[in-house]
Ligand binder design. Structure first.
Ligand code: PPS
Length: 569
């Protein structure tokens, strides 16, 4: 395949025009871009999504969804759409120019709106992601985050999104093309990744480059990856550590601000087109490329080699060649990595492997990670981000009726944890929060949700910073508790403790005299009397307080924390 390193078309105007446009665009109706849209816009403007000239029109969108091609027949597998709310869409007329702003309000581009339509999201999910199943992160995004209306139209680029991190490691397609021209790289194989690189990856990329007789571009995604992935700051530090392991004149690394969709086969073809735009001639596609994990029935969304098959089918047209990923394993007897399918004496040698799950377990328990598996500098970085569980922050979230004993047990737990020492402990009791954080709120569903989300936010910050948050609100609604769990679990463990004192017992105790007032109708929307309480279905712990003393309840929580490895026995 010939290597054409002439620049790809960009959508930016000249610097002089951009200064003028910026002033004019300030008058336009503006749309505040979401983090995903900022990633898409950057690659539209810098030619990473060449030949797209803007967010897709309705005709292009429908054609891409159904046929993987733009309306004019050009191969393009992924719908790049500008989703907005119904309210915003109503303010926009066809033919109108709108300003696209980043999250700080900086105008990055203008768009002439040529199309406005309500997409059939279920159809998009089925066709693009293979199933209308919210277990798929992009389907979940489509239904629960993306706006209801799509706008399409050409873009005029004013400036690149600003990045404060790793600036020297970010390159536009034309910057990479210019670099390859300068250093005389005629063949370049790109390696896409959203994970840290260990020795097996280093071996496989090195071999892929040798096989294709090409130079190597490590091209990790730092835009948006799969929820739960290791953050890109940690990953880039890890990549930098691995880079030293390659002969320096053969390999380079550049960061790609792509928002992944985890769309398996379609994503692989999309990734290939993006790398072609970045001046690469070859692209490594592995087993289950850009796989989204399991569907809601516990099965894989795509077959393990679907991505390779679709790529192979289109590679001629794409102008970039696939190098299939070799599954590398460590052969202890020979102290080296070898492609699994090339080992002829499998039964006579010891093959070692550490899976992703096993690696996470070893990190969380502070166990040894052998040098044959990874590089010490990479392991050091990972240990800093993922310290052993006994050193991470966590949240204990008590829920139960008013008067169930939440505060009493929470206080006892706090004191026991403080006695042990090691991590700061904060108690976010229902009453304390309502006094300090939520003093303007009442007890409507909306206000209770807001109150619990605030508690969740504070608890997640405490957890992120390595502390222990103990929360003790009523938190009557299961959906809100789940949202708080998701907030916290980005940073550490979330232990839901249902204080299961019955409503009859709480009313009998009536320690604050509130039940009497609620029965008399003097307090409205009282949980358990005139407002619902969703009993937690799968809490980490359920406390039966009626026959067990407080001290013992708190001890049960301590035992649970020990069994989870969060505190040391
Ligand atoms: S919630 O639903 O989680 O936001 O409630 P929370 O912030 O935990 O506040 C509950 C405390 O407020 C008192 N109180 C009421 N509780 C329930 N329903 C109504 N309508 C109500 N009005 C006042 C009550 O004393 C709760 O305190 P605890 O500590 O739970 O007994």
């Amino acid at each position: 395949m010939s290597h054409d390193l002439t620049p790809v078309p960009e959508l930016y105007v000249s610097y002089e025009s951009s200064q003028k446009m910026k002033l004019e665009a300030a008058e336009l109706t503006s749309h505040d871009l979401t983090p995903r849209q900022i990633c898409d816009l950057e690659l539209l403007m810098n030619g990473g999504f060449n030949p797209l000239k803007g967010f897709l029109s309705q005709a292009d969108y429908e054609s891409v969804v159904d046929t993987l091609r733009l309306a004019d027949g050009t191969l393009w597998p992924m719908p790049i759409t500008l989703d907005v709310s119904e309210g915003f869409a109503e303010t926009v007329e066809l033919g109108q120019d709108i300003a696209l702003r980043d999250q700080e309000g900086v105008i990055l581009a203008t768009m002439t709106v040529t199309d406005k339509w309500v997409p059939n999201k279920a159809h998009e999910a089925e066709k693009v992601f293979g199933a209308d199943d919210s277990a798929h992160p992009a389907v979940n995004y489509l239904h629960n985050t993306a706006g209801a209306v799509y706008l399409g139209g050409p873009i005029t680029g004013i400036q690149q999104p600003v990045h404060y991190d790793f600036r020297a490691r970010r390159d536009t397609p034309n910057e990479l093309r210019a670099y390859f021209r300068k250093v005389g790289w005629r063949k370049v194989v790109a390696f896409q990744t959203r994970n840290p690189l260990h020795r097996a990856h280093q071996e496989l990329t090195f071999r892929a480059a040798k096989e294709a007789q090409a130079n190597l571009l490590i091209h990790p995604v730092v835009g948006m990856t799969k929820p739960g992935d290791i953050d890109h700051f940690t990953r880039v530090r890890c990549y930098e550590a691995v880079l030293d392991q390659y002969p320096s004149s053969t390999t380079t690394m550049s960061l790609l601000n792509l928002a992944m969709r985890m769309a398996g086969p379609r994503e692989a073809v999309w990734h290939g087109l993006i790398r072609k735009n970045h001046g690469c001639t070859h692209f490594i596609v592995g087993r289950d490329h850009a796989g989204p994990g399991k569907n809601s029935a516990g099965e894989d969304f795509y077959g393990p080699y679907d991505a390779q098959d679709l790529f192979r089918e289109h590679q001629e047209e794409m102008g970039i060649e696939m190098v299939d990923f070799k599954h590398m394993v460590y052969v202890q007897d020979r102290a080296q990595y070898e492609p699994a399918d090339e080992i002829l004496d499998k039964d006579d040698v010891t093959i070692l492997n550490i899976s992703g799950t096993e690696l996470r377990r070893r990190l969380s328990e502070g166990l040894e990670i052998p040098e044959w598996f990874s590089f010490p500098a990479v392991v050091d970085e990972l240990r800093k981000t993922r310290p052993p569980r006994a050193e991470q922050g966590f949240t204990v979230f008590f829920t139960g009726y008013s008067g169930s004993g939440k505060s009493t047990v929470a206080n006892a737990l706090m004191v026991k944890l403080m006695e042990m020492g090691g991590r700061p402990v904060t108690l976010l009791d229902g009453d304390i929060v309502r006094k300090n954080l939520s003093s303007e709120l009442g007890f409507s569903k909306e206000h209770r949700d807001l109150n619990i989300r605030r508690i969740g936010y504070v608890a997640s910050e405490i957890t992120k910073n390595g502390g222990i948050a103990i929360c003790a609100p009523i938190a009557p609604y299961a959906t809100t508790r789940r949202a708080v769990r998701e907030d916290v679990e980005q940073f550490g463990a979330f232990i839901e403790v249902h204080v299961a004192t019955s409503i009859e017992e709480c009313e009998r105790r009536d320690r604050k005299g509130l039940y009497k007032l609620a029965r008399a109708g003097k307090i409205k929307e009282f949980t358990g009397i005139s407002d619902p309480y969703d009993v937690p279905e799968n809490p980490e712990l359920r406390l039966e307080t009626e026959s067990v003393p407080v001290d013992n309840c708190a001890h049960q929580v301590i035992l649970k924390l020990e069994s989870l490895g969060l505190i040391k026995a």
